[in-house]
Design a protein around this ligand. Structure first.
Ligand code: TRP
Length: 445
């Protein structure tokens, strides 16, 4: 282990905010609302909470323990604990990073553009036509590359000087923005109808495997699990940190932001009578419906719209940073590359892959189904089997270091052995099927 030379977080708060920053992102605001609308409201939310607790928390603790225990980026960390046989899983994490950050940069690019437009021109009345024009093509690519450059700049600043410093400023800002927006949304006329839609549900949906699959994928995506992002951040931690406590803190904050974001989105949508747009939910719905809502609200819409998009950009940036850090730290540890150079090279390569999704929204959807769901569920399954069955008590020992709540670890190993893997295996089958259908549709259309 390279305790001596490896960078570390300068404070406990710095790590927590960076990890929460990784978790909170477009997943909480865009993906969560879109998935909730698509999967029948509160049933989805309930499943998502359950899966976060039953599957997300245990896997989060695995990533934090392996990362801190090894003090290395994913490939080396998995090799340190499991030998060469587990190195390919680390490589898969890097691949997932490429796929996810590839299209994530495009989504973030749209968002950044909206934030600028709110200031400069306002939201155009014909939001659908506007989004149609900006979603794919040179402009989408230009905004994607601009956003990616910002991400690279932060990551090249290093763990303390870049990631931690950015998180310390951006995360409190994000919290204030989201809470302020929710309070504002509560004053809107249609707010009650929005809440009703958000909290009402067909409880049958809870038993629907497709809803379960989406809820599990969303839990992983939103918590940044299944591809070594939390593992990498934890590799910059020292032994004195309380990992179970951090895992709970990160998961709870992530859920809180997603939940409050729903309190912003649904009242806005219903206040302006745009519910039709949402139930016809597609990937782009939020990028059409909300700007449409803002456009009808006059000057207030510009202000609120700007603040909303700003919150999204801030969330997206701190998440993109963590995705890039997985790839960059691997390049540094494996090839001894210098950080700034690794950041620009990896960021450039990922952006190049992402260009495919900037020019074709079908590919973007496909990359989300495969990267944002399938690969993460698979990664989570492998991590839980690895920790539960290969490491067993060894992982427990690591997680125990520094914790003041050892009781939390009581059922953990049991979960990792008997609950998480079977559950994720079943979900994986559904994810494979969904990816297959999406692939066939894309090839056919
Ligand atoms: N969790 C982030 C979001 O909700 C996205 C993200 C960041 C992510 N790092 C990740 C997703 C690692 C999966 C894996 O927007």
């Amino acid at each position: 282990m390279s305790e001596g030379t490896r960078e570390h977080w300068s404070s406990s708060l710095g790590f927590t905010l960076a990890a929460v920053g990784s978790a909170v992102g477009l997943g909480n605001m865009w993906r969560f609302s879109y998935m909730t609308a698509e999967n029948g409201g509160a049933a989805f939310v309930i499943l998502y909470v359950l899966l976060t607790a039953i599957v997300g928390l245990p896997v989060m603790l695995v990533e934090l323990s392996i990362g801190r225990g090894a003090g290395e980026s994913p490939v080396k960390a998995l090799t340190y604990y499991g030998g060469r046989a587990w190195a390919p899983l680390g490589l898969l994490f890097v691949v997932s990073g490429f796929v996810i950050l590839g299209y994530y940069g495009v989504l973030a690019g749209w968002t950044t553009r909206y934030a600028f437009e709110a200031i400069v021109t306002g939201f155009p009345a014909d939001a659908a036509a506007h989004f149609g024009a900006l979603q794919s093509g040179h402009q989408a690519a230009a905004w994607q590359l601009g956003f990616m450059a910002l991400t690279v700049l932060v990551v090249s600043g290093g763990v303390r000087g870049g990631i931690e410093r950015a998180s310390l400023v951006l995360m409190p800002l994000l919290g204030l923005l989201v809470i302020g927006l929710a309070l504002y949304a509560a004053t809107l006329d249609g707010a009650a109808a929005g809440y009703r839609y958000y909290f009402s549900t067909e409880f049958k949906a809870i038993l629907d495997p497709a809803v379960m699959r989406d809820a599990a994928g969303q839990a992983f995506f939103s918590l940044s699990l299944g591809m070594g992002a939390m593992l990498t951040y934890a590799s910059y931690l020292s032994r004195s940190h309380d990992l179970p406590r951090e895992a709970i803190l990160i998961s709870a904050s992530d859920f809180a932001v997603a939940f409050v974001a729903g309190l912003v989105v649904f009242p806005l949508v219903f206040a302006l009578g745009l519910q039709q747009d949402v139930s016809a939910s597609t990937l782009g719905a939020l990028f059409v419906t909300l700007p449409k809502a803002f456009a009808t609200m006059g000057f207030a819409g510009r202000v609120i719209g700007f603040l909303f998009m700003l919150a999204l950009v801030v969330g997206a940036l701190t998440s993109a940073i963590s995705l890039l850090e997985v790839v960059v730290s691997t390049a540094i540890d494996q090839f001894g590359m210098e950080r700034a150079r690794a950041s620009w090279l990896c960021g450039g390569a990922i952006s190049a892959l992402g260009l495919l999704s900037a020019y074709d929204i079908g590919i973007l959807g496909l990359m989300d189904t495969i990267g944002g769901n399938l690969l993460l569920v698979f990664g989570g399954l492998c991590l839980s089997v690895f920790a539960g069955w290969v490491l067993g008590p060894r992982i427990l020992e690591e997680a125990e270091q520094g914790t003041r709540m050892p009781w939390m670890l009581g059922g953990w190993l049991f979960m990792l052995r008997y609950v998480v893997p079977p559950l994720l295996f079943v979900i994986l089958l559904y994810s494979i099927q969904a990816a297959w259908v999406a692939l066939a549709e894309w090839a056919g259309g």
